[in-house]
Design a protein around this ligand. Structure first.
Ligand code: FMN
Length: 455
């Protein structure tokens, strides 16, 4: 892809409030706490002042001692977005919700409500649930296998979109003189009976301001890439290497275009980066060493095992990284980490320490200029349409980026100096999906089909 269609990059921040790095919260200057609303609001406001596209809250549906400090206890993300809706005006607000352990009706309703509350600033990170332990919290005997999770997710999305379309745009008339509250002719009952879900509809809230909230996805397996290419507006990736990132982005966009007839310019690929800003390169590297020294090796091995899809704790630490079967948990991380270990000739101990610090994302320690240079290079060469920031700790690691790297990107014309729209779709430069009734207004057969779903 060339950059002709997109002059400026997009920026999001993964706000894991106890830090994205496992040891982040231990730094003296960190304000730890995943339940710390004032901290979360402070960082979100800072991201809005820096004109970020969105803040993002990840999630899992389980907890255990030794889990990532930002995940072991945390605020439920959709509830949190409700609070942030009231303390922000322009920035996009993104949250993870699982298609394996929620019902489409509930989730479609909550996301539509949030999109209305924010005037169209909501994004949903669609996950099939990377962590099998969640099953035990939902009365399920077993976490569904990888392929089946994606099959459920596909049907889930079709139902949710159908529910969001259940009211045409101007269906809420509220005509006092005539006593007409709604235009019932513009109401569509979904009547969905599928393999995994049975949902009649309609939804009890009108169509979200954005048509559909923005859909984020991070699929990296074959099934995941297919799914992301078919539905995602934004795709999170975990590449370490620019050439691999270009190849991944090209592959994803080619599948979107050829298989799903989508405009590839409307699919934004955003690799994760952990910027560590220093006034000198040595200062940035010293901060990285400090974070590394504070990270717990037992936890780091657990995180590596999760990311590789195999328990690696019994393998010799100073031996090579073993060749493993494909992961059924997070294939994207597993592929990237195996490739990184191979390229850098790493031992298992080195890979463990690398994950302990970076959680498998791309580390960018350096001066503001060095970080801006690398981001510019990835963007210009088509490895990224933007970046998902994973600051090591909050608020300092994020403030450093917002105060010193963002102005450089703005001076180079690579990032906006102000918002030009109000909705997240406008920040991202992706169109609002029209209601199917409008799309098919001149196609009587398709419109009839749409109404036939009402049966
Ligand atoms: C930036 C990023 C954020 C993610 N956030 C979550 C999350 O909040 N919850 C979750 O269960 N999985 C999360 N994942 C994992 C993905 O949903 C997915 O399981 C993973 O990328 C592997 O994809 P695959 O199943 O196609 O191999 C995230 C992945 C990335 C790269």
């Amino acid at each position: 892809m060339t950059r002709q269609h997109q002059q400026q990059m997009h920026l999001g921040v993964l706000l894991l409030a106890a830090g994205n790095m496992v040891s982040g919260w231990r730094l003296p200057e960190a304000e730890a706490g995943s339940q710390n609303l004032p901290l979360i609001q402070k960082v979100t406001n800072k991201a809005e002042q820096a004109k970020f596209d969105f803040v993002f809250f990840a999630d899992a549906l389980n907890s255990f001692p030794g889990m990532h400090p930002s995940m072991v206890v945390r605020l439920e993300p959709l509830t949190l977005l409700g609070a942030l809706a009231m303390s922000t005006t322009r920035i996009g607000l993104a949250a993870t919700a699982s298609t394996t352990y929620t019902e489409p009706y509930n989730l479609a309703r909550m996301l539509a409500s949030l999109d209305h509350l924010t005037g169209g600033r909501i994004a949903w990170n669609v996950v099939t649930g990377a962590f099998a332990e969640a099953a035990e919290n939902f009365g399920a005997a077993k976490h569904p296998p990888h392929e089946q999770r994606y099959a459920i997710a596909e049907e889930f999305i079709a139902v949710v979109k159908g529910l969001w379309d259940s009211w045409e745009e101007d269906s809420l008339v509220m005509d006092k003189a005539r006593g007409t509250f709604i235009d019932a002719a513009k109401l569509h009952v979904l009547g969905h009976r599928g393999k995994f879900f049975t949902v009649k509809g309609p939804l009890n809230i009108t169509r979200p301001p954005q048509g559909y909230p923005v859909l984020l996805q991070a699929g990296a397996s074959d099934a995941g890439i297919n799914f992301a290419a078919s539905i995602a507006d934004v795709v999170f990736t975990v590449q370490q290497n620019k050439d691999t990132a270009i190849a991944f982005s090209n592959r994803l966009k080619a599948v979107a275009e050829r298989q799903y007839r989508r405009d590839p310019r409307h699919l934004k690929v955003m690799p994760g980066i952990c910027p560590i800003v220093g006034w000198t390169e040595a200062a940035a590297k010293a901060k990285l060493t400090e974070l590394g020294a504070l990270s717990d090796p037992v936890y780091a091995m657990k995180a590596l095992s999760e990311r590789m899809g195999t328990d690696l704790s019994a393998y010799p630490l100073d031996g090579p990284v073993p060749t493993l079967p494909p992961s059924t948990i997070m294939q994207g991380h597993a592929i990237t980490l195996a490739e990184t270990a191979r390229r850098r000739n790493m031992t298992l101990r080195e890979l463990r320490d690398f994950v302990g610090v970076s959680m498998g994302h791309k580390l960018m320690p350096g001066t503001p200029e060095q970080i801006a240079d690398e981001m510019e290079e990835w963007f210009a060469d088509g490895a990224a349409d933007g970046f998902n920031l994973l600051p090591a700790y909050f608020p300092g690691a994020f403030d450093d980026f917002a105060d010193h790297v963002v102005p450089l990107l703005q001076r180079r014309g690579l990032f906006r100096t102000d918002y030009t729209g109000h909705m997240l779709r406008q920040h991202l430069g992706i169109p609002r999906p029209e209601h199917p009734a409008k799309q098919f207004a001149n196609d009587k057969d398709r419109l009839q089909q749409l109404h036939r779903r009402d049966a």
